[in-house]
Write a protein that binds this ligand. Structure first.
Ligand code: AOF
Ligand code: ZN
Length: 346
């Protein structure tokens, strides 16, 4: 594999991530157009329903370089689409612009693509290389591919625990464990997730807002699991303008327009049915912020893809212990006195 392929592919990944929080439920995709080692165009999928990365890369080429396009290589983090969705297929653009070579990292498993994009290009004589930085590309596109292949959102568990593994004090008081860096990161993640979910116990104990206040970008949709639906309308989670969906066995009419109640039987299929319902609402990524019971339900059913766990520097003498995750963390980041442990369920 050409070392330069990896450099340009990394650039595609960096560009792709600029679409975090806005591209979903589409994938984050980045593209770079290169003529003889020189980048002549770059682009990424900036927002759902808008132009794809390849289109933005081609459109970014300076007029003086446009004649170079038929002699250039298009690097793209994901297989170019071959479907007419909200925008025309990128395969058509590549053929129309006579781009002779395409280098990509991972496959788009969306219906109608899933290898068809590669086939169409190859049949038309385009040289296609697949699998550059395969693993990174796989994980970059995993939220989208999980959404289309399993008909559920990509699930991220997020929680904090004390140095000695305590999640919450015995009396269920709110306890802030992690530091300012961890808090800021949490808000960044909120800006990237389509929705954020908590159990009713957490809502009642902590009265969280669950909005993004300490990072750029938007706030996610808020989801509450509440078997009996008895939640006072004065809770911060019901504050406008962000929307809140409550999943409950006993639905009732909300007072405010930003709140909706949905019927969900709290049985053994609850998590599976909830995820299916969220997918039907185009929610492709979901962050679970607690509490212990809710996190454990997702872990027990195996419905989690990543876990981001803050280990605070603080020691808490007693309390309820944090959920247990099988397997060791893949990455450990220092964050001041805290540490961030990153797990994958695969
Ligand atoms: C690409 N490049 O930048 C993105 C792609 O409804 P549409 O028009 O947005 O098309 C949806 C399809 O395009 C679907 O297969 C999705 O995975 C893919 N997204 N494809 O070639 C991009 N964002
Ligand atoms: Zn496309």
């Amino acid at each position: 594999m050409d070392r330069r392929d990896e450099i340009f592919m990394r650039r595609c990944f960096d560009l792709a991530r600029l679409g975090a929080g806005r591209a979903s439920p589409n994938p984050m995709v980045g593209a770079v157009l290169v003529f003889e080692g020189r980048v002549i165009g770059e682009g990424f999928h900036q927002a759902y329903g808008q132009a794809h990365a390849e289109v933005n890369a081609v459109n970014s080429v300076f007029p003086a370089d446009v004649h170079l396009i038929p002699y250039s290589t298009l690097y793209v983090s994901l297989e170019p689409c071959d479907v007419h969705g909200k925008t025309p297929p990128c395969t058509s653009l590549i053929l129309e612009k006579k781009i002779p070579k395409v280098v990509l990292s991972s496959i788009d498993h969306s219906p109608g693509v899933d290898g068809a994009g590669i086939d169409r290009l190859r049949k038309a004589g385009v040289e296609v290389t697949v699998g550059v930085l395969r693993e990174d590309g796989y994980f970059l596109s995993l939220p989208r591919n999980t959404f289309v292949q399993q008909n559920r959102p990509y699930v991220i568990l997020k929680f904090a625990q004390s140095r000695n593994g305590v999640f919450a004090p015995p009396d269920n008081r709110q306890m802030w464990l992690s530091n300012e860096y961890s808090k800021r990161l949490t808000h960044k993640w909120r800006s990237e997730a389509d929705a954020i979910l908590v159990g009713a116990g957490t809502v009642l104990a902590d009265n969280p807002r669950l909005t993004n206040r300490f990072y750029f970008g938007r706030s996610p949709l808020r989801i509450v699991l509440s078997r009996h639906g008895k939640l006072p309308e004065s809770l911060a989670i019901f504050n406008a303008p962000e929307s809140t969906h409550v999943y409950t066995e006993t639905p009732h009419e909300p007072k405010a327009g930003n709140v909706q109640y949905h019927y969900l039987p709290f049985n053994g299929q609850m998590i599976a049915n909830l995820l299916k319902s969220l997918a039907a609402r185009n929610i492709a990524s979901l962050m679970i912020e607690g509490g212990i019971k809710t996190l454990r339900q997702f872990i027990q059913k195996g419905y989690w893809d990543e876990a981001r766990v803050f280990i605070a520097g603080k020691y808490v003498p007693e309390g309820r212990m944090a959920p247990f995750l099988p397997g060791p963390p893949e990455i450990i980041h220092p964050l001041g006195e805290d540490r961030l442990l990153f797990f994958r369920n695969h």
